[in-house]
Design a binder for this molecule. Structure first.
Ligand SMILES: Nc1ncnc2c1ncn2[C@@H]1O[C@H](COP(=O)(O)OP(=O)(O)OP(=O)(O)O)[C@@H](O)[C@H]1O
Ligand SMILES: [Mg+2]
Length: 122
């Protein structure tokens, strides 16, 4: 379960401040497919980055499976992110690798065994 509470993201300060996410509340159940739609610049990518804490929310909280990610330190976040998969909007695949080898790449960095990696890629 992902729970977003009063999530706010402001870029810039003072006169240059832009409120991109303004006190959002929603939750996504395990297994649920949840789409966020909106025009270019609406804040979809900013929201996705805040949910995985690649961007720090200005305020509010992000709770994933009961763990409040927005309260974690950078070190704790690095561990938590191992359980969060992100597919970016722009091209993020290596053309010299097969589809399976692309999926396996982060598992290699995490030191997952070859057998476990094959299981998870499948
Ligand atoms: N790092 C940043 N610094 C300042 N402003 C930013 C930053 N990132 C995004 N923005 C601004 O936040 C707003 C939302 O951008 P975002 O990229 O989240 O929109 P989007 O809905 O994903 O758009 P698209 O459909 O084009 O991908 C835009 O006004 C953008 O200029
Ligand atoms: Mg985007």
């Amino acid at each position: 379960m992902i729970r977003i509470e009063q999530l706010t993201k402001v870029f810039g300060t003072g006169d240059d401040a832009t409120v991109v996410l303004d006190h959002l509340d929603f939750s996504v159940a395990a297994g649920e497919i949840f789409a966020v739609v909106g025009p270019s610049g609406a804040g979809k990518s900013t929201l996705a980055q805040c949910v995985s804490l690649l961007e720090r929310p200005t305020s509010g909280s992000v709770v994933v499976n009961g763990e409040t990610l927005s309260r974690l330190s950078e070190k704790q976040l690095r561990v938590a992110r191992r359980r969060i998969g992100t597919i970016f909007q722009s091209d993020g695949l290596f053309g010299r690798r097969t589809a399976a080898a692309n999926i396996a790449l982060p598992l290699e960095y995490l030191g997952v065994t070859a057998a476990e990696s094959r299981r998870r890629v499948a």
